[in-house]
Design a protein around this ligand. Structure first.
Ligand code: OGA
Ligand code: NI
Length: 365
């Protein structure tokens, strides 16, 4: 069972059982053991200074080919807006449980507050609380699902969503150019760009080594802009989860993650960032993820297939279908994992009984 909020569980000495992960999924690297492998790229002068654009473009492309992750600074989003957004988000999570639960979406509502995640078929919970809004397209905004407390947050969120939409489009222009296409190619491929904001709150955790704030995944959309505080906890892997690095928090920066849609459109040239979030017992942590997704009916197929290459997709599909396939694959993997675990337990049991039934001399021999 998923608890309704984490407020009470934070005070417990041991971790609530529903958050305990299998050993192979547990954190391998500390939340504050930072790596500098992910490049921090300044966007200063991108539209004004001769030659700057090509230079920035090159760095972004290298990062996309390498990890599917980079950080941007001098991005033009006002620092006061960023700090207001973070402060108000923190204030929301500090509200008493009954206030947060006025926006409970565990019954299937679109937008609001929930613990862990809303994916079906998850056996283990993530150690996080979230608030999520669907901010674009404008006609889909449902303000009844946007928290009305703390006061003034709605106006700040509106502004934040608008500025991040602008920044995302600017980055998609750079990626389009890098693929040798017209500037608008990627935004056009999104048809009518969707934006969803997820605010992640990771409370202090009694046994952080046994769990994750957010399990390993790739984001489904085109790109994600993540604002994180100075605590640390975002981790990336390039080898299927064998080794991990913790992304160094940079004040005022956005971490940009390429998603599955971006990966397919580039025919696999750009990586879809494979990532997770770990938690710790010293600090709570806040991150704000802005997901830029194509419209559900947008076509997913490489925009450019380089000479000598084959398409990584057999046929064009819609984004809705891509998402459906991703989810059913995840559910199938979870099912197989559960079966394998049950079988292992059964084998152990059988072996025990088997040993007991053998004469003693056979066992010591
Ligand atoms: C996400 C995500 C990472 C973090 O919300 O999809 O990857 O550090 N968040 O919160
Ligand atoms: Ni993510």
């Amino acid at each position: 069972m998923t608890p309704k909020t984490l407020t009470a569980l934070v005070e417990e000495k041991t971790l609530h059982g529903s958050f305990v992960r299998d050993e192979d999924e547990r954190p391998k690297v500390a939340y504050n053991e930072f790596s500098t492998e992910i490049p921090v790229i300044s966007l200063a002068g991108i539209d004004e200074v001769e030659g700057r654009r090509a230079e920035i473009c090159k760095k972004i492309v290298e990062a996309c080919e390498d990890w599917g992750v980079f950080q941007v600074v001098d991005h033009g989003v006002d620092a006061a807006l960023i700090s207001n957004m973070s402060r108000l988000a923190r204030e929301f999570f500090a509200l008493p449980p009954e206030e947060k639960l006025r926006f409970d979406m565990s019954g299937g509502k679109k937008g609001g507050f929930i613990v862990s995640s809303h994916l079906q078929g998850e056996a283990v919970n993530d150690w996080r609380e979230i608030v999520t809004y669907f901010s674009y397209p404008l006609r889909h905004r449902d303000y009844s699902r946007w928290p009305d407390k703390p006061e003034g947050w709605i106006a700040v969120t509106e502004k934040y969503s608008e500025k991040l939409m602008g920044l995302a489009c600017k980055l998609l222009e750079v990626l389009s150019e890098a693929m040798g296409l017209e500037k608008e190619a990627l935004t056009k491929a999104c048809v009518d760009m969707d934006q969803k904001v997820v605010i992640n709150y990771y409370p202090k955790c009694p046994q952080p080594d046994l769990t994750l704030g957010l399990k390993r995944h790739t984001d489904p959309g085109t790109i994600t802009l993540l604002l994180q505080d100075q605590v640390g906890g975002l981790q990336a892997t390039r080898d299927g989860g064998n080794t991990w690095i913790t992304v160094q928090p940079v004040e005022g920066a956005f971490v940009v993650n390429l998603g599955d849609h971006g990966h397919y459109l580039s025919n696999g040239r750009f990586k879809n960032a494979d990532h997770q979030a770990v938690v710790n017992s010293n600090y709570s942590r806040l991150s704000i993820a802005t997901f830029q997704n194509p419209a559900p009916e947008a076509t997913v197929y490489p925009l450019k297939i380089r000479e000598g290459e084959k398409s990584i997709l057999e046929e064009p599909i819609t984004f809705a279908e891509m998402y459906r396939r991703k989810m059913s694959k995840d559910i199938e993997l979870a099912r197989l994992k559960k079966l394998a675990k049950e079988k292992q337990l059964q084998d152990l049991e059988n072996a025990k009984h088997h040993d007991q039934s053998k004469p003693i001399e056979r066992i010591v021999a």
